[in-house]
Design a protein around this ligand. Sequence first.
Ligand code: NDP
Length: 335
Amino acid sequence: NRRWVLASRPAGKPQMDNFRLEEAPVPEPQDGQVLVQTLYLSLDPYMRGRMSAADSYADSVGIGEVMVGGTVGRVVASKHSDFAPGDLVSAFSGWQEYAALPGATLSKLDARIKPLSYALGVLGMPGLTAYVGLLDIGEPKPGETVVLAASTGAVGSVVGQIAKLKGCRVVGIAGAQEKCRYAVEELGYDACVSHYDDDMAEQLAAQCPDGIDVYFENVGGSSWEAVMPLLNTFARIPVCGLIAHYNQTELPPGPDRMSVLQSQILVNRWKMQGFIIGDHLDRSGDFVRDVGTWLAQGKIKYREDVVDGLENAPEAFFGLFQGANFGKLVVKVAS
Ligand code: NDP
């Protein structure tokens, strides 16, 4: 049973020596437990937070502990009456090949989900994040302009396509030109600008002639800087993630603009709301019905970036912070 454990806490960007690949015996399931073999491991930006000892909404991974993560797996042995060998499940078993888990922490997967890894993406946590963040917090209305950053990724690609289905003008922000092209040609966005361009703010302004009504924040940094001056009165800003800041070790130099931001929020009556998807699992039923239908109808497309082999997980994970992934990043651990 190969597994990646946290060897040390990163200062700034995570590095290879923050991880250690270990070999351990395959665990024996106890009463109430199920032995699951990992087929796919999801790699997500939040894992950077779990590597840190800083206070957050979830506990950090301890030094020497297996890295956490969502997985899709196959039941190998079961001491829980609800599960039998061969069942496909979604689990939170982390960066390892096998885990013995309480049956209550598993959900059975419909074997018709194709590919199965969609349970970690468009039909899983990132998809639900997009659905709840955009619809419940962003409240987009037909004709409004929706802007989103990391707009071709696991969450962003679903946000942008749902916003199109709701009748909005959608302008994405992405890194590589290839991603921007994909956003327009495949995902159907009205435009997409690159944050690699020095004049990104001007390009964004040109693509948003009526201002911005909803900004789905995945990134922070230069994206937020470009968006803020364009936000309309009563704009909604679901704050989903701030990936541009996850590896930051100190605050940027001043001046302190906190009061400027607060007065902009006040006079423009913006609604800026952070959310953590674990608080919104009651929306799962509606999400699976709606997004499942749109996917089956071909109204939502979903791109995955599948990396082969558990041994390659850390390297692939680093790529999330450099835009190396193109689509939802998953590791294929076993067939
Ligand atoms: P993605 O699949 O979008 O991958 C991350 C992308 O972020 C990269 O491909 C890159 O895209 C962009 N990026 C990385 N570093 C920077 C940077 N310094 N500046 C600008 N862009 C950068 O990831 P996810 O869809 O899984 O996650 C998107 C966001 O959503 C993250 O912030 C994540 O933490 C958050 N999230 C929040 C949840 C919640 O419950 N609140 C749940 C799930 C995700 P590009 O090449 O286009 O720049």
